[in-house]
Design a protein around this ligand. Structure first.
Ligand SMILES: O=C(O)CCC(=O)C(=O)O
Ligand SMILES: [Fe+2]
Length: 346
């Protein structure tokens, strides 16, 4: 049964990932299976996805989106990627699908962060707790990224350094990624069929960074789907109360090619968000994109690795493999270019 095979495992991290069985389960899901897994007992973020917390969470986001809609000084721009994203503001696969959603993007609130968050200013009904609770969410997401990377992904990448003498990924490489890490809050709007194009919540894509963490409120409709390469089918990733979803990104996959053969690399899975299913299409989610520090050199990967991978694989959707990135010397230069293509300039 293909859906059993591809169904992401639920991994309990109540022990904080000190057990080798927990490490192995996460590696198995990201290397041998689909590249997606659920975490449970992950603390604050898993508690936030409980049935009890759902209505408060939903109210918070609804107020924020309303505020963003009515204050165009808080709108996100191509150059900034911070603030409110209005409906139709995402490029996606522009000529093929219409992405029926609005969003809100923010990152680190540290004064030293390269980009400033843009919260709606003149909206009096935005509760005073909204921004602090979103800042808290960002910190918790950073903690979970750092935990997973330090205990699971970096140790794996740094073993077997046959091709490199130095560790591939050092603590500062992921910890300092926080300056560009990004939370995107999405409000997938009810289906209205007003577009000539087929409607989707999110076009098929892979994520670009190290890992992505997705929060799906427990009673929201199943909409996130994972492409199963063997059967070429889309498999649901339904919300499960008290869990978060984690998936590997293109950069993590690519790093793993440096020290490992193609059979044992991380999988950055192709996924999409369906629309107009249950609940008339309405759904909210929180999606956290994590990256390495922007100064991280791409030299290690440049060699001949990309060519080797390309020649050996036909069904890889890694966006880093699809283009000539030898013109970029750091991860930051490359990701800036990717981000500038995301929002539609209007
Ligand atoms: O909303 C979701 O569940 C996932 C969205 C997604 O895959 C993305 O924005 O990269
Ligand atoms: Fe994604």
């Amino acid at each position: 049964n293909s859906s059993c095979e591809v169904a992401p495992p639920i991994i309990d991290i109540a022990d904080g990932i000190s057990e080798t069985t927990t490490v192995s389960a996460i590696l198995d899901a990201t290397i041998n299976k689909s590249g997606v897994l659920y975490l449970t007992n992950c603390g604050y973020l898993c508690d936030l996805m409980s049935i009890e917390s759902e209505s408060a969470f939903d109210d918070n986001l609804r107020t924020l989106f309303a505020a963003g809609r009515s204050d165009n000084s808080s709108w996100s721009s191509q150059m900034n990627s911070r603030g409110y994203i209005k409906e139709g503001g995402e490029s996606g696969v522009r000529s093929k699908f219409y992405e029926v959603k609005e969003g809100y993007e923010f990152g680190s609130s540290a004064p030293s962060a390269p980009r400033r968050n843009k919260w709606p200013g003149h909206f009096s009904s935005l509760p005073s707790s909204t921004v602090p609770s979103l800042d808290r969410m960002f910190e918790e997401l950073e903690d979970l990224k750092n935990l997973l990377t330090s205990k699971v992904f970096a140790p794996y990448l740094n073993t077997d350094s046959k091709k490199t003498n130095d560790p591939l990924l050092q603590p500062e490489d992921w910890e300092q990624g926080r300056s560009i890490d990004l939370v995107r809050l999405f409000n997938y709007l009810p289906c209205d069929d007003s577009s000539d194009l087929p409607e989707l919540g999110s076009s098929p894509h892979t994520d670009w960074g190290l890992i992505t963490i997705i929060l799906q409120p427990p009673s929201s409709p199943t909409a996130l789907e994972l492409h199963h390469p063997k059967t070429q089918t889309w498999e649901p990733v339904p919300p499960i109360p008290n869990t978060v979803v984690v998936n590997a990104g293109d950069f993590l996959e690519l790093l793993s090619y440096v020290n490992h053969d193609s059979r044992s690399t991380f999988k950055s899975p192709l996924h999409r968000v369906q629309h107009c299913g249950a609940n008339g299409g309405a759904r909210k989610s929180v999606v956290f994109f994590s990256y390495p520090r922007p100064e991280m050199s791409l030299k290690l990967i440049q060699n001949d690795i990309v060519e080797q991978i390309k020649s050996g694989k036909t069904d890889d959707h890694n966006t880093l493999l699809g283009e000539d990135y030898s013109k970029y010397s750091t991860f930051g230069e490359w990701i800036d270019e990717k981000w500038s293509g995301v929002t539609v300039q209007t």
